[in-house]
Each structure stands twice: as structure tokens, then as C-alpha cells.
Write a protein that binds this ligand. Structure first.
Ligand code: SF4
Length: 342
């Protein structure tokens, strides 16, 4: 059996805002050690959107939490790897310095707006709190800025609604409040973790449009974490697909949609509902993601892969460089691309 060989997913330009390099994260549990991130590397350039895609448990949110420095350690442990923000390794910074980066330079929108907002404080107070405590603004200035931020995220009648409580907003409007809070300190990197979960399809599209506009207008780098390949086509520049704690495919968005180089990506693409397939059964990827306490031998995707061969059950595939920043961790990536595997 071969060891995992790790290669960077797409070469950074040399001006990368953020670089995750060969990151490993483990969770130490009573049942053993779960290796949840296994050599993840990706980067984010200024002004671009990287979508990080995968099912629950693939490690996409854990990587984001490691970037933010909000992993519970223990049980989590980071045995090796680097997370560079403008060339500085966040993992070796003092907690004091890290706090200055968190929120101010790198900010995060969390999944569940309802539970992330405090139900007993008005939304304006919650947005302005960061400005008072982190930027030292007076109460009046912070509230005025909170109104500007609510305007920025297109909450109608922002000034009138500043004293409203979270339960007085719809799900989509609450998510806009969360986005306003994440922008309070003018971050350079915005991490959006499943920002449209639990919203209906129309509101999902509005939130994605808003994030794309903000990313462009504020010239931020954005990492968009999602399990839904259907929501990223119009907003992402590049996509990193994660499975069992590894990046199994990385490509620019057009190449990936046109011709996936990994069977897992192909399965995700096939499971997007299409208008022209009305009346036919929706394709799914059979089986479940692996238990990372006892991962499969060889390629972690082999129990679910319709193309699996003997080699896949014994040897971990290296991340193959397919040119133009494209990588795939499949023994048969080239055959996937030229169509001879299908
Ligand atoms: Fe499938 Fe084998 Fe490729 Fe893994 S290495 S994705 S099992 S074909």
C-alpha cells in the first residue's frame, strides 16, 4: 500500500491572500483517532471566489474552523501543516495576534443564522457590538455604521429596523444580518459556510447574488463552503472538491462542470436536478461517506465508486497534476478526462 502523496491544489500566484499548506487535523475520541483532514492544500487570491465542495463530514468546515482558529483543541489536534495569511503562519501566531486577524482580516458567516444571532438583543445592537468592542467606536457611530452595513446587504428600511429582534426577520433577512456582522471590520477574506442552508431556492439565489456583488464591490477573497454544486456555478472562480478529508479534485469552475476529472465530482454533477430531466429519477451517489475512525484502504471513495478496480482498494491515489492548476486524486484521472473510463 502506498502512502498519501500530497501536492498543492492549483499553484498560488505568489500574491495569495491565504494559503493552506499540507494541513492535517485529527479528532481524538474515546473510540480512537479520526483523521479528518489529510494533507489539504489550497489557496485564495485577492478578489476571487474559491468554492470548497463536499458532503457532510468531508472536512470542508473543519478546514475553515482551523483557518479561523475556532477548533476545539482538544479533542482536535493539528499535527502538521501551515495556514498562511499574507505569508504569516496563523498556526504559530500568539492568540493575541490571532484575535486581531480573526474578524478583522478573515471573517466567517456561519451556517445557521437563527441560532447564531442572540434572540434577546436587537439586530442593530448585535452588529454594532463588534464595532464598539473591536474598533473602539462610540455607541452612536457604531449604530450609524450598523445602519450602513444593513443597507449594504440590502435590508429594506434599515434605519427603521435597527431596533427589531431576530425573530422579526425572515430567514433570508436574518442571513443578511449575519453577512452584515461578518463585514463589520472590513475583512479581506470572507468564509461563507453553507450560507444558504435552510433557505428556499429563491432566497438562496438572492443571497448568492448578494455575496457575489459584495465580493466584487469590496474586492475581498471569498471561500464558499457548500455541499451543493448547483449553487456555485455562477459565483465561483475555482472549485476544490473534498472527500474524506482530502481534496480529490481542484479545477476552474468551467473545466470542472464541462469534464470532471474525478468520479466523485462526476457523481455530484449527476445529482444536480435539471429541468430537462423532469419525470426521471434523480441520480445519487450510492453508499455513505466513510467513518474516518476506520477509513477504507486505498482510495477512500472506492466502496462507492462505479469505476473502482483492484488498484483502488489497495493504493491511495496521489493528487495528479493535470496542468493549468488542475489536480485529481484518482488513479484513472487521465482516463476520466479523455472519456475512456466511462
Ligand atoms: Fe474510483 Fe479508483 Fe479513482 Fe478512487 S482511484 S475515484 S476508486 S477510479
Amino acid at each position: 500500500m502506498t502512502d498519501i502523496q500530497v501536492q498543492p491544489s492549483g499553484a498560488p500566484t505568489g500574491h495569495a491572500l491565504l494559503e493552506v499548506k499540507n494541513l492535517f487535523v485529527e479528532f481524538h475520541t474515546r473510540d480512537g483517532v479520526a483523521r479528518v483532514i489529510n494533507g489539504v492544500s489550497y489557496h485564495l487570491n485577492p478578489g476571487e471566489t474559491l468554492a470548497v465542495l463536499g458532503e457532510s463530514g468531508s472536512g470542508k468546515s473543519v478546514t475553515a474552523q482551523a483557518i479561523m482558529g475556532i477548533l476545539d483543541m482538544p479533542p482536535a489536534k493539528i499535527p502538521s501543516g501551515e495556514i498562511l495569511y499574507r505569508g504569516q503562519n496563523l498556526l504559530t501566531m500568539s492568540e493575541e495576534k490571532r484575535r486581531q486577524v480573526r474578524g478583522k482580516e478573515i471573517s466567517m458567516i456561519f451556517q445557521d443564522a437563527l441560532s447564531a444571532l442572540n434572540p434577546v438583543f436587537p439586530v442593530g445592537w448585535q452588529i454594532s457590538e463588534t464595532l464598539r468592542t473591536r474598533a473602539g467606536m462610540s455607541k452612536r457611530d457604531a449604530l450609524a455604521r450598523a445602519v450602513e452595513l444593513m443597507d449594504l446587504v440590502k435590508i429594506p428600511a434599515a434605519k427603521a429596523r435597527i431596533k427589531d429582534y431576530p425573530h422579526q426577520f425572515s430567514g433570508g433577512m436574518r442571513q443578511r444580518v449575519m453577512i452584515a456582522m461578518s463585514l463589520a471590520m472590513d475583512p479581506k477574506v470572507l468564509i461563507a459556510d453553507e450560507p444558504t442552508t435552510a433557505l428556499d431556492v429563491t432566497v438562496q439565489a438572492q443571497i448568492m447574488d448578494l455575496l457575489a456583488d459584495l465580493r466584487r464591490d469590496l474586492n475581498m477573497g471569498m471561500i464558499l463552503i457548500t455541499h451543493d454544486l448547483g449553487v456555485v456555478a455562477d459565483v465561483a472562480d475555482r472549485i476544490a472538491v473534498m472527500y474524506a478529508g482530502r481534496i480529490v479534485e481542484h479545477a476552474n469552475v468551467h473545466e470542472l462542470y464541462k469534464n470532471p476529472a474525478h468520479p466523485y465530482t462526476e457523481g455530484l454533477l449527476d445529482s444536480i436536478p435539471r429541468l430537462d430531466s423532469k419525470g426521471t429519477e434523480l441520480a445519487t451517489i450510492k453508499g455513505l461517506p466513510p467513518n474516518l475512525l476506520r477509513p477504507p484502504t486505498g482510495c477512500a471513495f472506492h466502496p462507492r465508486c462505479k469505476y473502482a478496480k483492484d488498484l483502488c482498494r489497495t493504493d491511495v491515489p496521489a493528487s495528479l497534476n493535470l496542468g493549468n492548476g488542475r489536480t485529481s486524486a484518482c488513479h484513472f484521472a487521465k482516463e476520466m478526462l479523455d472519456g475512456t473510463l466511462r
